[in-house]
Write a protein that binds this ligand. Sequence first.
Ligand code: ATP
Ligand code: MG
Length: 561
Amino acid sequence: MEDQENAPGRTDFIREIVAGDLASGKHATSVTRFPPEPNGYLHIGHAKSICLNFGLAEENGATGARCHLRFDDTNPAKEESEFVDAIKEDIRWLGFDWGEHLHFASDYFEQLYGWAVHLIREGKAYVDDLGAEEMRQYRGSLTEPGRDSPFRDRDVDENLDLFERMRAGEFADGEKVLRAKIDMAHPNLNLRDPVLYRILHQGHHRTGDRWCIYPSYDFTHGQSDAIEGITHSLCTLEFEHHRPLYEWFVDNLPVPARPRQIEFAKLQLSYTLLSKRRLVQMVEEGYVDGWDDPRMATLSGFRRRGYPPAAIRELCRSVGVTKFNSLTDIALLEHAVREELNRSAPRRMAVLDPVKLVITNWPGAGHVEAMRAVNNPEDPDAGKREVPLAGEVYIERGDFMEDPPKKYYRLSPGAEVRLRYSYCVRCDEVVRDGEGEVAELRCTYDPETLGKNPEGRKVRGAIHWVPAHAALEAEVRLYDRSFTVEEPAAGDWRETWNPDALQVLGGCKLEPALGGEPAGARFQFERNGYFCVDSRDSTPDRPVFNRTVALRDSWSKKQGR
Ligand code: ATP
Ligand code: MG
């Protein structure tokens, strides 16, 4: 992993192009845009595009650079305003702001219609009656040229009339389309008379019933860029073969500017599927509990899981921007999350699998002492807090062993261990329940060991604990990777879904300082990992915490890597 201190000087081929255009005077400033389709929630792949587009605006801020948020809302069948709101929230959460530049492709429908009419008048577009299947047959293939549609030579007046009637709602869905007249034999299939408009009698989340014809993505995107004065239109590699078409529209229409499309590689993460289509299936088929389920690789899922936005930005920075597709190890993201939380998360004590420890020589049932615990060793200003200690505490079941191996530094019969920030205790007796499970550990404490080691004895281990008399009871949800293989296949993703990606623990014990924490608050539970208050299900009476990430990379160890 690269050094974070390198951050400012970092560049890539897109930043170099932009810097070159500013230096040469081609552009006085840079204008970029992030263009989500509001048909789902944003995922971690989108974060890469957001960090690039909004990052350029920040970095070139001195020249007045800006980044627009433009919803690419040309397909009413799958789009909803719920998604618009969620997308805005996620971008803000990542730390970016579009200011006044919130736009919708649907704002340009009238202008786009006008430009379609312009192409018809110039003899560069026609209304076609071929059905979808016939159109496919006429289109040819990579090795065979396409054939002209029998409707290709309609004259301008007929085309104008038919297109107007398409808009007026005279035809049914799919009955006609408007196509550009380019070249049915072009080696690039995208230039074989691409569809500009299709008929869809469907209400739109913003334009309501005003339109029953909708422009295609290709006919919308570059022109929207031009309307907004976008200088650099950044998209992912699969649009490389659309670039000639993007340029054809810009060349053949009286658009007010000439934006340049540049493609870069998508972010792909191991153990993760990012396609929105698959994410929709996970939600709709009940694999997860909504778009913000912490098992989802959506920004809202990561937020609910406790990933800090700074860690996501750091991931995007560290993978960089290139033209080559590659798989990014999810461990890199987890590393960034740990680094960030190690710096910022207050430490607390929580026992996930409790067993009771009774201090038999404690001065009395009502006797309580305040232990002073360090809030964050990485942050000298974080100070200390008090944790009350009385005669009974909870410790982790896993911190006791009846027959320990050598070098076991936790609790075992006759051995001594320190209760973190507190006294040393020695285990004298193990009480078992009817099933033979350890029910209680009876110990004595040494009152001389607060803040210092007992004379002449070496106590090696320190274990976390929670006072029984003041413990809060909580549910804790442990998360693991959502898929069992590094590169889940998109098609049969269900077969590699990890059914153990969520494990719910009831009856966990929290130290009292964890009471009443707000949704989303993040902590390190000492020795257990990083956790946050669940934003949906946690209540003051019944706290619910999500494990964000374990302290160390237990997965790689399990896999023997
Ligand atoms: P998906 O393939 O998940 O459905 P999409 O590209 O269809 O995503 P859009 O809403 O159209 O989703 O994407 C908005 C922007 O985010 C586009 O500019 C797109 O190129 C970019 N983007 C989408 N996925 C990634 C990714 N994995 N890495 C980088 N950028 C991405
Ligand atoms: Mg898309």
